[in-house]
Every structure is written in C-alpha cells, then in structure tokens.
Ligand binder design. Sequence first.
Ligand code: ADP
Ligand code: MG
Length: 163
Amino acid sequence: PPFPIRLSGPIVEGFGRGSAELGIPTANIPIAGLSVGGNEDVESGVYYGWAGVDVDDSGKRIEGENGGRKGGVWGMVMSIGWNPYYKNEKRSVEVHILHTFPHNFYGARMNLLICGFIRPEYDYVSKESLIEDIRVDIEVGRRSLEREAYLKLKGERYLMEFQ
Ligand code: ADP
Ligand code: MG
C-alpha cells in the first residue's frame, strides 16, 4: 500500500527485551491491526513515522473532556517483522517512540502514521550489531521526519482520534 500507512491498536506486552536487553524500549501492538486497513501485504522491515498515544509527556494516561481521550504525537521508528535474531514465530509490530518517558504505558491506545521505509529486516550475528543498526535507524528516522512534507503529516487528525 502507498504511504502514509495507518495502523492502530492497544499497546500490549512483548517479551520485555526492548529495554532490558537492548536499552531501546519498543511499544508492541498486535499484528492484527495491520489487517484492519487491508495492509496484510506490508513488507517486513524498519519504518519511520508519527505515533499518537493517549498519554502525556511522562507516559501517564490522560482523559479528555466528555469521555474522549487526549494525548500527544511523537516521531517514531518501528519494525514490522519476524525478528530473526530472536527467531520469533509470529510477525510483530514494535514501535520506538523518539521521546523519553519516565513511565510505562501498557494498555494505552496508539495510532501510527507510517511515512516511509528505512530498510529491510536483517538477521544479526550479535546483539551489538543489532543495537548499532537500530541507532542508525533512529537517526535516519529522526532526520527524515524533520523534512517539511513529513512534518506536515504530524498534524493529521487521525493521530489524535482515540476510541
Ligand atoms: P515489551 O517487550 O513489553 O514491549 P519493552 O522493554 O520493549 O517491553 O518496553 C516497552 C514499553 O516501554 C512500552 O510498552 C511502553 O509502555 C514503555 N516505553 C517507555 N518509553 C518508551 C519509548 N520511548 N518508546 C516505546 N515504548 C516506551
Ligand atoms: Mg517491546
């Protein structure tokens, strides 16, 4: 499907590896979210874009007026794939938000606007080389999102529409 690709879902628990082993937390959402927009054919790999989450800057859930939810929009770098390094049996969607949150926010709602592709999924011989590549991905994503065409997408209403 053409960019931007929309994908949303609740943040669920993964294997707890992002922070503990890699030092890079990734908010996981169910892969089922991909099929909602007819996006089953999204290629595995690393992407960048925007994430709307119904939490504040500290990661705390916030309730809007009349039951609606409020939240923030941050840049993100995400992977869709099998995580060959970890030999997973199901594809997963993992999102690293380009912001430091003091709190976890499992159960929060996340709306993703995927703006572009960074690279295909590789297997790694070592954890160090995996971490090194993720660092590069984060830099590529951060700099791409500074471009005017992508900055404009940050304002899409969809990002802040939490059911
Ligand atoms: P899990 O395997 O359960 O996904 P992680 O170690 O990858 O565990 O941590 C992910 C959790 O950390 C997210 O679900 C979220 O609640 C929290 N978190 C804190 N900061 C971030 C961030 N910058 N990006 C993504 N998730 C974050
Ligand atoms: Mg994770």
